[in-house]
Design a binder for this molecule. Structure first.
Ligand code: G6P
Length: 369
């Protein structure tokens, strides 16, 4: 087992550090910015169904559902297709409206999640076309879908998903780029810019990982906290949810993720000097708004840990702790901004003596309801 962990103390840490490679593997042979090449070999026969899609329904559970939320924003922005993101467990039991030819994208690391499988079966029985985004090759979901694209992240052993999430975002990003171009909703110049940007993500993730020792120090300060709040806006809102989920899963600290602007409708009541608030506050179209959200938290004596874009000079003056990540376009930022949150939950869990790779009551693949 020590050999499998490749010198890391836990599989989770190994998998976090593998991400520059796993994201690159996910793009290998599929994307080449220099020549404008973007091909997902698994999506051929049904590609024209996507071209004509009037709406997309995404079904998933857990971390995969968070990847679906990012995809919603991306598909709506680049492809101008309305997207609904559904918890598979809710979708399957609520008599959903599915029309012949509707597009369903099922996201699943394991490809075995019972609720996601059942949601696919239901949608398929009503004539929907199902695309899978799975990590495990030959898994049940991969076999049940019409077509799909594997994430090629390699085996993920840690129960808390890390590299599978970033690979899912990469695949979904490539799908949306291709579709946006085919539908004419994404300008060719923007398409090319985004290809270049996506190709640069592994190097940016590598850089984000360099904050590991800083994050370890910050973790020391907060390891005994009873609660955590994670706030983000826009593309970073699903990242806030994912950060909170990671902390809950492996450190057993109660954590909630919220869109930062919703804070005033409830969570703000929880803020006092005992409450750490993690802001995912990178420089994007909602930057100024999130700066004022940080001020609101500071005015109530909350402790702010901010994930910011490299070189930010404003937020570090307000936040108690800042962690920098390299700049990228806002649609791709989740690939980078999630990295410090994975590391934060990891270090806190280790300091609390938790079983990081196999947290209590959780399973890697949930094959029962
Ligand atoms: C379990 C795992 C999570 C995962 C979720 C969905 O809860 O512990 O890490 O996100 O299932 O799994 P899937 O394999 O469908 O992505």
């Amino acid at each position: 087992e020590a050999i499998e962990k490749g010198g890391f103390e836990h599989f989770m840490l190994k998998e976090i550090f593998e991400q520059p490679k796993s994201i690159a593997d996910c793009m290998r042979g599929r994307l080449k910015a220099e020549t404008g090449h973007l091909v997902l070999g698994g999506i051929r026969e049904y590609a024209h169904k996507l071209d004509k899609a009037e709406r997309i329904i995404i079904v998933a559970c857990g971390t995969s559902w968070h990847a679906g939320l990012v995809a919603e924003y991306i598909f709506e922005d680049w492809c101008r297709i309305p997207v609904e993101v559904e918890y598979a467990s809710e979708f399957r039991y609520r008599n959903p409206i599915i029309n012949e030819g509707d597009i369903v994208i099922a996201i699943s690391q394991s490809g075995e999640t019972a609720d996601t499988l059942a949601a696919i079966e239901l949608a398929k029985s009503k004539g929907a076309i199902i695309f899978g985004v799975c990590n495990v090759v030959g898994s049940s979901i991969a076999r049940l879908t019409h077509e799909g694209a594997y994430t090629h992240a390699g085996p993920e052993i840690g129960v808390a998903s890390t590299k599978a999430f970033t690979a899912q975002l990469t695949v979904l990003g490539m799908m949306a780029l291709k579709l946006g171009l085919r539908r004419g909703t994404l300008k060719e110049s923007k398409f090319h810019e985004l290809l270049v940007e996506l190709e640069s993500i592994p190097a940016k993730v590598e850089k984000a990982l360099k904050s590991d020792s800083l994050i370890k120090k910050i973790s020391e300060k907060f390891k005994d906290s009873k609660n955590f709040l994670y706030l983000g806006r826009g593309y970073n809102f699903p990242v806030a949810l994912e950060g909170a989920l990671k902390l809950k899963e492996i450190s057993y600290i109660h954590a909630e993720g919220y869109p930062a602007a919703e804070m005033k409708h409830g969570p703000i009541a929880l803020i006092d000097e005992e409450m750490p608030v993690v802001f995912i506050a990178t420089q994007d179209s909602s930057y100024e708004k999130i700066v004022s959200n940080i001020q609101e938290v500071k005015a109530r004596k909350g402790k702010v840990i901010a994930i910011v874009t490299e070189g930010d000079e404003i937020i570090p003056q307000m936040a108690d702790y800042t962690i920098e990540v390299p700049a990228t376009t806002e649609e791709l930022m989740p690939l980078v901004s999630v990295i410090p949150l994975q590391l934060l939950s990891y270090h806190i869990a280790v300091m609390r003596d938790c079983n990081v790779d196999q947290p209590r009551n959780l399973a890697k693949s949930v094959t029962v309801e």
